[in-house]
Design a protein. Structure first.
Length: 162
């Protein structure tokens, strides 16, 4: 089976651009990223199909000359799923524009509080790690090091808190 390098490169670029676009806060860019991912998936399935053969109908020819129908069915399914999610995202963007005249996703109070709580936990764990490195024994230092790497002390972690 010959795979065109150009198709593989185009598929990789579409996947990369789609993922990058989906990481933005603008819902329109998320939609564009999702469409790029859908097209990259269709291109991947086109590559998987391989060399074209005869139509896969029973009695039409030698089964070794027939195309595999599974990637074709998956391609049609991917097209339908991409269309449905795109329609949903378009409705979401339209409603967001109606309510706030913008399509960007803002942080709510719970997101900010959770981020701050995690930041405080990391600072607490770092201070405990430094204190145990100066004054504690090796086992306490190892537990504190694991807590710092994990992002803070958790209940039952053995780092002295929780």
């Amino acid at each position: 089976m010959n795979i065109s390098l150009v198709l593989v490169v185009i598929m990789a670029v579409l996947f990369a651009c789609g993922v990058y676009s989906m990481l933005e806060r603008s819902l329109t860019r998320v939609l564009i990223g999702f469409l790029l991912l859908g097209n990259a998936t269709n291109l991947l399935l086109l590559i998987v199909i391989g060399a074209p053969g005869i139509a896969p109908f029973v009695g039409d020819g030698d089964p070794s000359e027939m195309s595999d129908p599974v990637p074709m069915a998956l391609t049609l399914t991917a097209i339908v799923i991409t269309f449905a999610v795109s329609a949903f995202l378009l409705a979401l963007i339209y409603r967001s524009w109606q309510l706030g005249q913008a399509d960007t996703v803002q942080d709510d109070h719970e997101d900010v509080a959770l981020r701050e709580r995690g930041r405080r936990g990391r600072h607490r764990a770092r201070r405990r790690h430094d204190r145990l490195r100066r004054h504690g024994d090796g086992a306490d230092h190892d537990r504190a090091t694991r807590a710092v790497r994990r992002g803070g002390c958790r209940r039952g972690s053995g780092c002295g808190r929780g």
